[in-house]
Design a protein around this ligand. Structure first.
Ligand SMILES: [Zn+2]
Ligand SMILES: [Zn+2]
Length: 409
């Protein structure tokens, strides 16, 4: 009944559960959230006692292989260390990266793979040396859970650029504890307090989750390139990242244009606050915009011919790519040189800056436009994200994990 999927190093065992076992495990969690579930391989382990001391059994939703649909899993979280926070996951956004990694589209992944890096949870326990959080606090976890903490980039609050290798929230080698990381499609997580974000009172929790990746990824370049009132900012692609980029640039009173390939998104762009939206396939319209923009933020999650967008930048303008992480396409050196234009990359943001975007957005009531789903709808949601059919971020209500009856459709 219980099929062992992975027996990775340092006790990170995971098992696929049958429907009945998931229900059993869920019932156990309702009654005793910190007890190791009898349905898992860890049933011989002692119950987790306050202060830690054993692995923590956790329900999750993940992929057994690159071509498998996601389904219920049991995983183990490490014991709560002195500087760790245990949180019960309330909501987790679905990022396009989750799909790329669950399907090994960027590189060969580890399986089972539990994605999710837009996580909102409630602290249920803290390690003895934790200073910043207490039980009951509402917190967030974004794309990273560890870094070396000592290199020059870490010391400059740029943990995402750690010279010794950032530990990402899922499918990443866990530098401190061995094995690889499991993300937020799960009922519980154990995270070092250095990588936990405080969520201010009054935040709309489900709609705040996407700020932890989509929000910080678009906020960080606006901080670095100092987007300010009256500047012309273009957002290429109107998806999860793109819709946050529009909201954040509008909040700075920039003059925002959206470039999209979807005619159905033109009206949405205006509703989100953009001054105009342009179909990037319309060559005549693109020509009208040549030499106009201070900054472009490209959120398209795969490589595309970039020169038409370079052409709409004005002298010294910058095209910041935050979406395509594969081989970039189609740039003309002469045209870039003539306008002294720059192509830049940017990837999420540091922990301090992530706290900044959360505080900034909560204070201004900026949040993602979301569709809240149950866990068993994840596979359908993935298909809709790939088909660009989401307005504009799916967020999983993780309470549904306790009552899931397995994947739908
Ligand atoms: Zn993401
Ligand atoms: Zn470092």
């Amino acid at each position: 009944m219980v099929e062992t999927m992975k027996d990775s190093d340092r006790g990170r065992r995971s098992v696929l559960l049958s429907r009945r076992e998931v229900l059993t495990a869920g019932a156990g969690l309702v009654a005793a959230p910190l007890l190791v579930s009898a349905a898992t391989e860890a049933s011989a382990a002692p119950a987790v006692v306050p202060g830690g001391g054993g692995p923590i059994s956790s329900l999750a939703y993940g992929a057994a292989g690159a071509t498998s649909p996601l389904g219920p899993l049991s995983i183990e979280r490490r014991a709560v260390g002195p500087h760790d926070v245990l949180l019960g996951v309330l909501y987790c956004g679905i990022c396009h990266s989750d799909i790329h990694i669950a399907r090994s589209e960027w590189r060969q992944g580890h399986y089972p793979c539990v994605p999710g890096h837009e996580i909102i949870g409630r602290v249920t326990k803290t390690g003895k040396d934790v200073k910043s959080f207490k039980e009951g606090d509402i917190v967030g976890v974004g794309c990273m859970v560890d870094s070396c903490g000592t290199c020059e980039n870490c010391l400059a609050d740029r943990e995402q650029n750690c010279l010794n290798g950032t530990t990402f929230t899922y499918d990443s080698t866990d530098r401190s504890h061995g094995g690889y990381t499991f993300g937020g499609y799960s009922d519980k997580m154990v995270v070092s307090e250095r990588f936990v974000i405080r969520i201010p009172p009054g935040a709309d929790l489900a709609a705040t989750a996407p700020l932890l990746c989509a929000g910080i990824t678009t906020f960080s370049p606006m901080q670095h390139w100092k987007v300010s009132a009256g500047q012309r900012v273009g957002v290429v692609g109107l998806g999860g990242l793109g819709h946050m980029a529009v909201k954040l640039a509008v909040a700075r009173r920039a003059d925002v244009t959206v470039f999209t390939t979807s005619p159905s998104k033109v009206n949405d762009a205006i509703k989100l606050g953009a001054r105009e939206a342009v179909l990037s396939s319309d060559v005549a319209e693109m020509k009208k915009l040549v030499n106009r923009f201070d900054l472009l933020i490209a959120t398209v999650p795969r490589a595309f011919p970039m020169q038409p967008f370079m052409d709409v930048l004005k002298l010294d303008g910058t095209l910041v790519n935050v979406g395509a992480l594969d081989q970039l396409q189609g740039l003309n050196g002469m045209a870039m040189g003539f306008g002294r234009k720059s192509l830049a990359g940017s990837m999420i943001g540091g922990i301090a800056e992530t706290q900044e975007v959360i505080d900034y957005c909560t204070a201004r009531n900026i949040k993602a436009d979301i569709e809240l789903i149950r866990v068993e709808e994840i596979n359908r949601a993935y298909a809709r994200v790939v088909n660009k059919d989401v307005r504009y971020r799916f967020v999983i209500d993780m309470a549904s994990l306790k009552t899931t009856r397995g994947p739908m459709g």
